[in-house]
Design a protein around this ligand. Structure first.
Ligand code: UD1
Length: 422
């Protein structure tokens, strides 16, 4: 039986929402423990379905994983006992493909299922594979699996066609112990990549250019496993800040790192939002009625993040005048639009541009989450709408927001997890 959220909206909610550790930093860092034998302790790992899926995958490869408390994992790498990452686990989560780089670094060999849904040899992992080939790996694609083998990983110069987050991470993980120096140009610059590089350097890797588009990775013989704390999740932070604006600043958000959210915060300022940040706590000082429309284009970091595109669309619906959102990273990322329109939004789509006309409020309705961030945008709308809404398929939301309904309940929201038909 699948689950849904029943939300009775329009209630005044207020209190503190604390941001959990970053899912997109925790996943590659947990995967990076495949590279070197030893014992690791990872802290501030979010309690999410995606993390549990990854734990199963890493265990299937031979790692021993113990959960010390809700957000702390002890990972022991005593060598890999299996070099095949099977379809059953990889299809559940695209990020699973990141095991290929570290398996190559550890064992010179890996066989990983292509992520679900994509045709063999098609675009979605081509940049990862080109990177491995440049490092001296032979790649074959057969029966839905990518097989990679190398006699020795050798440092190389690699220029990415596009700053793909996943390809950058996979190449870093293959290159840290390669023979020689890898120069990765047009690398993605997301804070989650910085976190992965910092984790490796903590273990004795030699990565420079961190936070820039050119990473220089000098291969080392040996790494020394360590204890590491994951950064807070900037996308969850952004979602909570939007909730705060919708509720006139009555929600405070703890765990906001300004330097990770510059493009987002600048856009909010342009929309008329006033806020203050003390340490990592953000308080919104303006009212929802002060909000003006704006134009946003999603871009690789440090541009406006695609993962905040759907949450900010909910906010734009409640702004005065009209707004425009252009999605340049993913082709099919407006699936929440018809659902928001069922809740009274006035959004038109033309290609990769959505035009949003401001409305006074959403009207409650039964809707369906099509992906993780779409789910967040619908929950935000349901919290604001008067009356009862049902958001279906919340397994998507469970992949990326830790204990969301409990945390919203704690600040006075009327939200409940229910059994659903669809
Ligand atoms: C990561 C994030 C995801 C975020 C995305 C963009 C994780 C676990 N997920 O996903 O939340 O939305 O970054 O910020 O960190 N592409 C190719 N060939 C490739 C790789 C990617 O064409 O080899 C294309 C993709 O189809 C997509 C675009 O590049 O259109 C962005 O993908 P990428 O940056 O790789 O995102 P992910 O790492 O999958």
């Amino acid at each position: 039986m699948v689950e849904a959220f029943k939300v009775i909206g329009g209630k005044n909610i207020g209190g503190v929402l604390k941001v959990e550790g970053s899912k997109n930093a925790a996943l590659p860092i947990m995967i990076a423990t495949l590279v070197e034998k030893g014992t690791y302790v990872l802290k501030n790992v979010p309690n999410l379905m995606d993390i549990r899926t990854l734990v199963k995958l890493l265990e299937s490869l031979g790692l021993q994983i113990e959960r010390l408390d809700e957000n702390t994992y002890k990972i022991e790498n005593n060598g890999l006992t299996n070099l095949v990452a099977g379809y059953e686990l990889v299809k559940k989560m695209r990020a699973s493909f990141l095991v290929m780089g570290p398996m190559l670094a550890h064992s010179k060999k890996a066989k990983v299922s292509l992520p679900g849904g994509c045709a063999i040899g098609a675009r979605p992992v081509d940049l990862h594979l080109k990177g491995f080939e440049a490092l001296g790996t032979k790649i074959t694609i057969d029966h839905g699996y990518v097989e990679a083998e190398t006699e020795e990983l050798k440092g190389a110069k690699i220029v990415l066609d596009f700053p793909s987050v996943g390809a950058t991470e996979n190449i870093i993980m293959a290159a840290v112990k390669a023979n020689g120096t890898t120069v990765l140009e047009n690398a993605a610059r997301e804070p989650e990549i910085e976190d992965l590089c910092n984790f490796f350097n903590e273990m004795g890797a030699k990565i420079t250019g961190i936070g820039t588009g050119t990473l220089v990775i000098e291969g080392v013989e040996k790494l020394n496993p360590c204890e590491y704390t994951i950064i807070p999740d900037r996308i969850v932070a952004g979602t909570f800040v939007i909730a705060s604006i919708i509720f006139d600043g009555k929600i405070e958000v703890e765990g906001v790192r300004r330097e990770h959210l510059e493009a987002f915060l600048m856009k909010l300022e342009e929309m008329g939002v006033k806020y203050e940040i003390e340490g990592e706590r953000l308080r919104v000082l303006s009212k929802l009625e002060d909000l003006q429309g704006a134009k946003v284009t999603t871009m690789p970091y440090p541009g406006f993040p695609t993962d905040l595109q759907s949450p900010i669309m909910t906010l734009m619906c409640l702004a005065k005048g009209s707004s425009e959102l252009k999605e340049t990273i993913f082709e099919n990322r407006f699936m929440h639009v018809p659902e928001l329109n069922r809740m009274g939004a006035k959004i038109d789509i033309n290609g990769n541009i959505a035009t949003i006309k401001g409305i006074d409020n959403f009207s409650s309705a039964e809707v369906m989450a099509s992906d993780l961030r779409a789910g967040a945008s619908l929950i935000l709308a349901a919290l604001k709408a008067e009356g009862e809404s049902v958001v279906n398929r919340i397994y998507h939301v469970d992949r990326g927001y830790e204990n969301l309904e409990l945390r919203l309940k704690n600040i006075g929201a009327n939200i409940e997890r229910i059994k659903a038909e669809i």
